[in-house]
Design a protein around this ligand. Structure first.
Ligand SMILES: N[C@@H](CCC(=O)N[C@@H](CS)C(=O)NCC(=O)O)C(=O)O
Length: 220
């Protein structure tokens, strides 16, 4: 099995973290055809996004679906809780990230230049981001991880997206508060950062995404 994508993507980092939690080896490789819009890549993943899992030449797209496949087929340690309700809660955190958080994080990236910034849309995004963290916090159990005492899918999704958001905020939005600065979310953030499988992926993703931001700023 190979995973096509770059660790600068929070969706790729989500799968890499999930595989590390499971103790499953996953080789990170360059997209066939050299990029994610090549005909070779689109045959594996018609959406043309990263990541894609290559399973003996057949492709699976979408980060959480890839994690579900690894859980079903790759062996190793569990990456989801054993209890059905808790499994649903872990998946729900990942779904909140995809539906309610990330659609408001990515547009901030297009507002990095303060001179060209649309203050109203930044303000609207900040409100939606705060709401999404509120949803995640309400769904989380006592922890310290999203669900229970070990990290699962929800932690992989929320921590990598949080690192991306924090990197964006540090690079240009001092007015938007750190979403994981206090309460249950702060306890959670400390736990994922300190975890042997999660912490290094959060760090690698942050460095790679930070480099991407700098490269984009230099092009402006
Ligand atoms: N829902 C997808 C999102 C993947 C995604 O948006 N990946 C970005 C990189 S962070 C991408 O490939 N963007 C290229 C594009 O949209 O053309 C998942 O969970 O895998």
């Amino acid at each position: 099995m190979k995973l096509y994508g770059a660790i600068a993507s929070p969706y790729v980092a989500r799968v890499v973290m999930f595989a590390r939690i499971k103790g499953v080896d996953l080789l990170l490789a360059e997209a066939p055809g050299g990029n994610i819009k090549s005909p070779e890549y689109l045959k594996l993943n018609p959406m043309g996004k990263m990541p894609t899992l290559d399973v003996d030449g057949k492709g699976i797209g979408e980060s959480s679906i890839i994690c579900d496949f690894l859980e079903d087929a790759a062996g190793g340690q569990p990456g989801l809780p054993a209890d059905a309700f808790e499994r649903a809660r872990s998946r729900l955190v990942a779904r909140i990230v995809d539906l309610y958080l990330m659609p408001h994080v990515s547009p901030l990236f297009r507002q990095m230049n303060p001179e060209k910034r649309d203050a109203a849309s930044v303000d609207a995004a900040a409100k939606e981001i705060a709401k999404a963290y509120g949803y995640a916090e309400q769904v989380m159990g006592p922890g310290p991880f999203c669900v229970g005492s070990t990290p699962t899918l929800g932690d992989c999704a929320l921590s990598t997206s949080t690192q991306m958001l924090k990197t964006i905020l540090a690079a240009g939005f001092p007015e938007i508060p750190d979403p994981v600065a206090g309460g249950r979310l702060a306890t959670w953030w400390q736990a994922v950062q300190a975890h042997a499988a999660c912490g290094p992926v959060i760090e690698d993703h942050g460095k790679a995404f930070g480099g991407f931001i700098k490269m984009m700023a230099a092009r402006r």
